[in-house]
Design a protein around this ligand. Structure first.
Ligand code: ATP
Length: 321
């Protein structure tokens, strides 16, 4: 039911015009967004484009210089303390204490949140992790994947409604990554809203919504399945013998736009549909490869966006006097 700006029952976050100025640089400029409860929202963009600053403002962790909004039904400026209690924050670095045990780490976080029934919550968390027998093992001796599971358990111990993840699976093996995302999807299904800041494709493809930010401005925002369409990206899949020389040649051809190798296929993508179709026709007539049009996917869109993205730590940001 729509009950006004920022208060609809199924909306976790609703912000308008968020702006942040550091020194003389406007690093976030007029950011609007609505995030549904239980959504997994990926934030993509070059280094320094303002993703972290934006996410922090959306959750009351940083006060905007302009703009307004609600997070979990609370005002992001006036009720930031209340919001903070309902947010879990997992950064890409393992932020627990390596020389404390698994149980001591969880207990430490539970104390920080001043949780009633702390001992039981820690026992439950250890059990949910499947680490009953290892509660007294030092966290520093865990493998990368287990450290990450522990970090997630720690930031969920106070049962937050909103989870912030900053490149959460950087440096962990593929199996641990899959397990991690299975767990995130379980949380999302229970109504936990998840905001993810990432540079990695395999993290981006786990998100059901994507926002692309450059130079402090939101350029693209929508359901993951709509992103290639929003960019206007068209793709041909090329198969056949000896793909490598063809790949090299196409990479020099402006009409080919973006050429990516996916195993035994080349995916040739661009925004100029006519140029791409003409190229496919030419190549099919003269070459020994099959060219087949395909709906561009998030993988192609991600690479397209990130390839066009230079670091934003430069002077292009609007300077305010
Ligand atoms: N506390 C601060 N004081 C001054 N400048 C800051 C501060 N925090 C961030 N910035 C600057 O604001 C800009 C946006 O930074 P932000 O961390 O939001 O970008 P990001 O997109 O999250 O980058 P990355 O992908 O590298 O994490 C950068 O130019 C950064 O140097």
């Amino acid at each position: 039911m729509e009950t006004g700006f920022g208060h609809a029952d199924d909306i976790a976050i609703s912000v308008r015009g968020l702006t942040k100025i550091f020194g003389t640089r406007k690093v976030v400029d007029g950011f609007d967004m609505e995030v549904k409860k239980g959504a997994i929202y990926g934030f993509l963009g070059p280094n320094g484009s303002g993703k972290t600053t934006t996410i922090r403002m959306m959750c009351g962790l940083l006060t905007p210089d302009a703009g307004e909004g609600h997070c979990l039904g609370l005002d992001i400026v006036k009720q930031s303390r209340e919001i903070k209690k309902r947010v879990g924050y997992m950064t890409q670095k393992f932020s627990l204490y390596e020389d404390l045990t698994i149980a001591e780490n969880l207990d430490f976080v539970a104390r920080m949140f001043d949780m009633p029934n702390r001992k039981q919550q820690v026992l439950d968390a250890v059990r949910d992790l499947g680490l009953e027998g290892r509660a007294h093992q030092l966290a520093g001796t865990l493998s990368g994947g287990w450290k990450q599971r522990l970090a997630l358990a720690a930031c969920m111990i106070h049962a937050p409604d909103l989870l912030l993840l900053d490149e959460p699976t950087a440096g962990v093996d593929p199996k641990a990554r899959r397990d991690f995302w299975d767990e995130i999807r379980r949380l999302s299904a229970k109504g936990v809203t998840v905001l993810v800041s990432t540079h990695y494709m395999d993290e981006a493809v786990q998100c059901d919504h994507i926002a692309y930010i450059a130079y402090g401005k939101k350029l693209i925002d929508g359901a993951a399945s709509e992103i290639p369409g929003q960019i206007g990206l068209h793709t041909f899949v090329v198969t056949g013998p000896d793909l490598t020389p063809l790949e090299e040649r196409l990479k020099q051809d402006a009409a080919a736009g973006q050429v990516i190798r996916f195993g035994a296929e080349l995916h040739v993508s661009g925004t100029d549909k006519a140029a791409l179709e003409a190229l496919a026709k030419r190549e099919t007539a003269h070459g020994s490869h099959e060219w087949r049009a395909k709906k561009a996917g998030l993988e192609e869109a991600f690479i397209y966006l990130m390839a066009g993205a230079r670091d934003n730590f430069g002077a292009e940001l609007e300077v305010v006097s």
